[in-house]
Design a protein around this ligand. Structure first.
Ligand SMILES: Nc1ncnc2c1ncn2[C@@H]1O[C@H](COP(=O)(O)OP(=O)(O)OP(=O)(O)O)[C@@H](O)[C@H]1O
Ligand SMILES: O=C([O-])CC(=O)C(=O)O
Ligand SMILES: [Mn+2]
Length: 532
């Protein structure tokens, strides 16, 4: 049986003598510790299977940013996902957390680096209650040559917050103090909280160094051409970038500097519900000895059963980049040639692929239209909820979205980068009858999306050329080999054009309402989604 942090703490309560902090253990040592402490169990292939308790996705509503009076006030886009916390409350919690840590029999600590760029890295000391969280840091981050850090993270999943006492919203909280350079994770087992908290810090710091951080995957072809895919959770970054014909740079977080693209991490964090070797061989092969499997269920042979979503559909595998055969070493590359925005459209309105000019790119990036899918955030059901998540990652971008969009626009202005938007969501209607009485549609199948991506990356699309649709002002390719030309116009997939046009009008209206909160140049506003 695998145990959560509080069960482990209860087990050790009577035996506490002195606290031992294990520093800089190797990955095999951490794996061994996790097993011997009962934090998880080994699958037949030697992956560590752990259970994250009731939180099997991120908890954006429990995320706070310390608000120092007078400081950084305008720098933060205070919102539902960037909630202010008073410094006094944070200091109190930090002290309590340190006390809690000292009461534990053991903890794990190491210095890790986010950012595979010589000048834009961030060194952070991460101290964890659980050995597997430290192992996760080992998979996802770099061991720096110089063991110095000016950031600190305490990750204590067994600590139970008291909303009255601690001025938080529940029994758990993620709190980031940009000025004090500290991150506190309390009551959180689900590991994306660790990686996304560090990403948030980089997203705060990098724009001030002229580096645009992107919630994106990246890869390079054999000629050195670089592609990036931007998208909110579960829109397809990890599975579409994992392609044996290209060299992987990274699957989730990158910086775009004047020198080019660099990974902020050193490993991948892949969804694996329903994954098969035939459909996703690269990810499947990477889940081997030492990988961490969150909330997977083992069958009676000890093999992970990825069809078993008894715990959650958000089953995750964490593995280092070194588990991937074809990759760029180190994960750094030149300027991106192509950006692909992945939008999981559950209105069935957007074409499978469209080419965006620079102003449109800024518009769609700011809008971040897609769906919240599955349960990568708690309190979401397993369904699909349309959402506008600016920068394709609103919960991780603490500054006002315009800061990032302006940088993107400037980078596009001064580069040859081409931008496309690919719909990895629905065609011909909506995912379920509950979506406003529209007909039921079908999700674009992975194979079809892969064919489109391949055509973009090979340059086929540019050669074929584009034409305008006659209903919404987007440009679609004239032809793509392997795709029925009728499929390139989304209206054709609907039972009748009238219901398509009604859905399209609704979507245009939703874009307008959402966009009214941004103040941008007319050129960008005018590039929005409109009926013709
Ligand atoms: N047409 C499609 N394109 C992409 N993914 C699809 C498609 N149809 C179904 N899927 C499924 O959607 C999921 C996409 O998940 P993936 O892990 O690639 O997303 P992600 O963008 O990397 O998310 P996260 O940021 O949470 O890691 C996969 O489970 C994939 O099988
Ligand atoms: O945060 C998560 O749960 C996983 C992830 O990578 C994302 O959502 O973008
Ligand atoms: Mn991913």
């Amino acid at each position: 049986m695998t145990m959560t942090a509080s069960q482990l703490a209860a087990k050790h309560e009577k035996t506490v003598s002195a606290h031992a902090c294990h520093i800089n253990l190797t990955a095999p040592e951490l794996l061994q510790q996790a097993i011997s402490r009962g934090e998880g169990e080994l699958s037949k292939q030697g992956s560590l299977v752990v259970n994250t308790g009731p939180r099997t996705g991120r908890s954006p509503q429990d995320r706070f940013i310390v608000c120092h009076p007078g400081e950084a006030q305008q720098a933060i886009d205070w919102s539902e996902v960037n909630r202010p916390m008073e410094p006094l409350y944070f200091d109190n919690l930090w002290l309590q957390a340190e006390d809690y840590l000292q009461q534990l029999p053991e903890s794990y600590s190491g210095i890790w680096r986010s950012g595979q760029h010589t000048q834009h890295g961030l060194n952070i000391r991460i101290t964890t209650e659980l050995a597997w969280h430290q192992l996760l840091a080992d998979h996802l981050l770099v061991r720096p040559e110089i063991e110095q850090s000016n950031w600190e993270m305490l990750c204590l999943p067994g600590f139970v917050c008291d909303p009255m006492r601690d001025h938080v919203h529940s029994d758990a909280a993620t709190i980031i103090d940009f000025s004090g350079r500290r991150i506190l994770l309390l009551g959180m087992h689900y590991a994306a909280e660790i990686k996304k908290a560090i990403f948030t810090v980089q997203n705060y710091l990098l724009p001030m160094k002229g580096v645009l951080p992107l919630h994106a995957a990246a890869s390079q072809d054999k000629d050195g051409k670089v592609a990036m895919m931007l998208g909110l959770s579960a829109t397809g970054k990890t599975c579409l970038i994992s392609d044996d014909g290209r060299d992987l740079i990274g699957d989730d977080e990158h910086g775009w500097s004047d020198d080019g693209v660099f990974n902020l991490e050193n490993g991948c964090y892949a969804r694996c519900a329903f994954i098969t070797e035939e459909e996703q061989p690269v990810i499947f092969d990477a889940i081997k000895q030492g990988a961490i499997l969150e909330n997977a269920v083992l069958d009676h042979h000890g093999e992970p059963d990825f069809t078993n979503i008894r715990i959650t559909e958000n089953i995750r595998a964490t593995y280092p980049l070194s588990a991937i055969r074809n990759r760029v070493k180190p994960p750094v590359a030149g300027q991106p040639d192509v950006l692909i925005f992945l939008s999981c459209d559950c209105s069935g309105v957007l074409p499978p692929v469209t080419r965006l000019n620079k102003a449109q790119a800024a518009y769609y990036y700011l809008s971040g239209y897609t769906a919240t899918v599955g349960d990568s955030e708690i309190n979401h059901n397993n369904g699909y909820t349309p959402t506008f998540s600016s920068c394709f990652g609103a919960p991780f971008f603490p500054r006002p979205a315009g800061i990032y969009a302006e940088q993107l626009f400037n980078k596009l202005e001064s580069s040859e980068t081409t931008v496309y938007m690919v719909n990895t969501g629905w065609k011909g209607g909506v995912p379920s009858a509950s979506h406003g009485g529209n007909p039921l549609g079908k999700r674009y199948c992975l194979q079809q999306t892969r064919t489109i991506i391949t055509a973009i990356l090979s340059g086929e699309l540019e050669q074929q050329g584009f034409h305008s649709l006659d209903h919404i002002d987007l440009q679609v390719p004239v032809a793509i080999e392997g795709i029925d030309p009728l499929d390139l116009d989304p209206a054709n997939a609907w039972p009748d054009k009238v219901s398509y046009l009604r859905a399209a009008e609704n979507l245009c209206q939703e874009f307008k309402v959402n966009f009214s909160r941004f103040e941008v140049a007319h050129q960008i506003e005018d590039a929005g989604l409109n009926m013709i």
